[in-house]
Design a protein around this ligand. Structure first.
Ligand code: SF4
Length: 777
């Protein structure tokens, strides 16, 4: 056994179960890709604890679980536990930086440095006072004076006085102040929160008790700091006399805030306990986790003292043995420091009554590999079951099935293998036995990433909606409005149509108080959409074409493939006549920008469905009609003022990608020249390189670009449908990423990164949100 005598002594103290006090019962190791990832892995495992998907075969209640985390990583761990909805409380208080008063100071600095711009100031103001958001969004004050005026008129004199105090602090930050003055002013701002009044106000709301305690603690800590500084100011030298301006001032406050703590958090029932650094000596929990358990911390950097090297220390220590007349003393050697650290580690291991978990990142934050702690070997030598001390590869979830669907798993690939290792989801044939009916609108998702397509369309795994107004809702309501407007050409008043849309049950979320900006957007979308419908009718007449009828929500005949049937519904199909020849144009309304759809095959697939049907069974108005073109109309483009102004001016008569509000592919053999249709609809036709129709920006001279025609897109859509059919036949849908290769173009807005292991490989595009069709406007 390698544990030192000191280790055994601590051990005996730490254990209350006497059977075999020197052996940790089970030891697990969790290794993340990098330091941050270890906390994600840990939070995931704790949230799965007691289920069959857990890597720890233990059923332990959460209040019997404790985590020891290095202070500097406390925030990273807390945010991951919150993300996985694991309840926890921090023993020893939270850093002041994480409290509301410090947040207020930060927001103040941001608002002042922006020149009291709308958004940063709104964040500040809404965190300290009740404000009518609808009025705020309508008036959008900018600059200090307009903000003060707005607050006075909306919230009264008292609120304006509080805002003035914040503004004064912001001005001080910009001007610069000595550390002492800065702390005094920060204290005044914190005190303005008035904890006594606050506790009176929230006395029946026990969930807010902690907020009041945090505010009080922050004030007390700040007062202590001011007192200690004032006592020693004369001794502190020039550094404390120099003024600190914005960045330095915020950094100074931040450093103080992260090293000062609030009073002890209240223990929560059924919650995981988190220790900053080491737990108390007698701590004991059924499952104990030690984070950051790598060589850089355990034993950490043990270096010789520059004052006295190891040989001299040994000589001094032994000289006491030779000279009994000297008072015995002992200088600690490197070897002993290491032993003490090892003893401490083993004591921590034994704080876990049923299991001890070590977590670490395989690399440090700069990507350098970090070896595991050598003390883990000591645990094995003490008799901890060797099979439970897992290497990084074994710790990746071995469960291949999630809710019955197979996600084949294997250890993280090496760099050499990464480029060729594929990640797939296995989808079994439709349980009904027949062919699946799959919407053609999903074809673009399949082309982008088959794995994503399978999650979205076959397994129907939907990410939770977190926004107050659900994604798609504005788009859906605008679709409804366009449907009403194009099917009843005489009812063209936008107000009348908006009223009809507001009466729909699905419109309820945007009619709630404080959501006026959504209503305003919807009203703009409807107004402009109706203007466009009128402009396209006029455009057709000017080009000698006659609009016979418009079919909205046209159900398309299915495209029958070997393993599935492609189905769809077109938002708008215009039937047009020119000199006795009949043709049709298909349009889809999109909430996102049209540039996002320049490669889209969705409407091309619709055209394929209608083309096949126009010669036989299908929509009767289209019998014998020719395809003239298809495209997308974009609501986001319409709401872009510059673009809309160009569109409404004469400039859009020669459409290009900067003055159009949509995109269109015309047919080579439509009615007369393809330009006739494009000119009437005033939508932009994408161009490719002569000969191969490569997309714009992919090479080729400007002069050599030809328009991409409807027929080209239809043949691409046919190929994509063949590929989808093949994937369905094999039941295998491959992810586009290759572990260490970042595919930002494909993956940045995808919510399935957890399943395809993109996030596990560390490619986290946190700043980007799910978008596309549902982009918030
Ligand atoms: S993250 Fe990327 S590779 Fe993974 S499913 Fe999404 S799009 Fe596909």
């Amino acid at each position: 056994m390698r544990a030192s005598t000191t280790g055994q002594a601590s051990l005996a103290l730490a254990r209350t179960t006497p059977q075999n006090p020197s052996v940790p019962p089970r030891v697990f190791q969790l290794t993340g890709i990098d330091p941050k990832h270890q906390y994600e892995l840990l939070a995931r495992e704790i949230s799965l604890l007691g289920t069959k998907d857990s890597s720890f075969p233990l059923d332990i209640p959460l209040d019997q679980v404790a985590i020891s985390v290095p202070t500097e990583d406390l925030r990273a761990l807390a945010s991951q536990l919150e993300r996985y909805r694991v309840p926890f409380w921090i023993q020893g208080g939270s850093p002041i930086t994480d409290t509301q008063p410090m947040g207020l100071l930060r927001l103040c600095g941001e608002a002042a440095s922006s020149g009291w711009e709308f958004l940063p100031t709104m964040r500040l103001v809404s965190s300290v006072m009740e404000i009518d958001l609808e009025k705020l969004m309508t008036q959008q004050p900018r600059g200090l004076a307009p903000w003060r005026e707005f607050i006075r008129s909306q919230c009264g004199e008292d609120a304006e006085r509080r805002f003035r105090r914040l503004a004064d602090f912001g001005a001080l930050l910009l001007k610069g102040a000595t550390p002492m003055r800065l702390l005094e002013e920060a204290l005044a701002v914190m005190k303005a929160a008035d904890p006594e009044r606050m506790s009176e106000a929230v006395k029946d709301m026990h969930n807010l008790d902690w907020t009041v305690r945090a505010v009080t603690s922050s004030i007390e800590e700040m007062e202590k700091k001011i007192f200690s500084l004032s006592e020693g100011l004369d001794l502190l030298g020039q550094a404390f006399q120099d003024p600190l301006n914005l960045r330095d001032a915020m950094e100074f406050l931040g450093i103080w805030g992260s090293s000062s703590y609030t009073v002890q958090d209240q223990p929560l029932d059924g919650a995981v306990r988190v220790y900053r650094d080491a737990p108390p000596v007698l701590a004991e929990h059924r499952l104990f986790v030690l984070c950051g358990a790598d060589q850089s911390r355990w034993p950490g950097k043990l270096s010789e003292s520059p004052m006295m090297g190891e040989p001299y220390r040994e000589r001094v220590n032994s000289s006491f043995l030779e000279r009994p007349d000297l008072t015995p003393t002992h200088l600690v050697s490197l070897h002993e420091r290491r032993k003490a650290k090892e003893a401490m580690f083993i004591r921590m291991a034994l704080a876990g009554r049923d299991a001890f978990v070590l977590t670490q990142g395989a690399t440090d934050k700069d990507g350098r590999p970090v070896p595991p702690t050598p003390f883990a070997r000591s645990l094995r030598e003490m008799g901890a079951p060797a099979e439970d001390v897992n290497g990084p590869g074994d710790l990746l979830p071995s469960e291949r099935f999630i809710r019955g669907v197979e996600f084949p798993r294997h250890p993280a690939p090496s760099w050499e293998e990464a480029g060729t290792t594929t990640y797939v989801v296995k989808v079994s044939p439709d349980e009904g036995g027949g062919k699946r009916r799959l919407p053609l609108s999903g074809l673009d998702s399949f082309v982008k990433c088959p794995f994503r397509y399978a999650c979205e369309n076959l397994l129907k795994i939907k990410p939770p909606e977190r926004k107050p107004v659900p994604r798609f809702l504005l788009g859906e309501l605008a679709h409804e409005a366009m449907k009403i407007a194009s099917s009843r050409p005489n009812m063209s008043s936008p107000e009348e149509i908006l009223d009809k849309v507001k009466a729909l049950p699905s419109a309820e979320p945007i009619l709630k108080p404080g959501r006026g900006r959504y209503l305003q957007r919807l009203s703009d979308m409807i107004g402009r959409g109706i203007d466009w419908l009128g402009a396209r009718k006029k455009g057709l007449e000017e080009n000698g074409l006659r609009l016979i009828c418009s079919i909205t929500e046209a159900t398309l005949p299915g495209i029958e493939m070997d393993n599935h049937i492609g189905t769809g519904r077109a938002d708008l199909v215009d039937v047009i006549e020119c000199q006795g020849v009949r043709g049709y144009v298909i349009l889809d309304f999109k909430t996102g920008f049209s540039s996002d759809y320049k490669d889209s095959l969705q409407v091309a697939a619709y055209a394929k469905a209608l083309k096949a049907a126009s010669s036989g069974e299908g929509i009767k108005e289209l019998k014998g009609a020719k395809l003239l073109g298809f495209g997308f109309l974009s609501f986001s483009d319409m709401l872009d003022h510059l673009r809309w102004n160009s569109f409404t001016s004469e400039k859009s008569k020669s459409p290009n990608k900067d003055n159009c509000i949509g995109i269109m592919w015309t047919s080579r053999d439509g009615l007369g020249t393809p330009n006739l249709i494009q000119g009437a609809y005033r939508l932009y036709q994408p161009k490719g390189t002569t000969g191969d129709n490569a997309e714009e920006g992919s090479g080729g001279s400007k002069a050599g670009r030809d328009p991409i025609y409807a027929e080209d897109m239809i043949s691409k859509a046919s190929q994509a449908m063949e590929d989808l059919d093949e994937a369905l036949r094999n039941g295998s849908f491959e992810a586009k990423h290759r572990y260490y290769t970042i595919r930002r173009d494909v993956c940045s807005k995808c919510p399935y990164g957890d399943l395809c292991r993109r996030l596990e490989a560390g490619h986290d595009f946190e700043e980007e949100q799910e978008g596309g069709e549902g982009d918030e406007l």
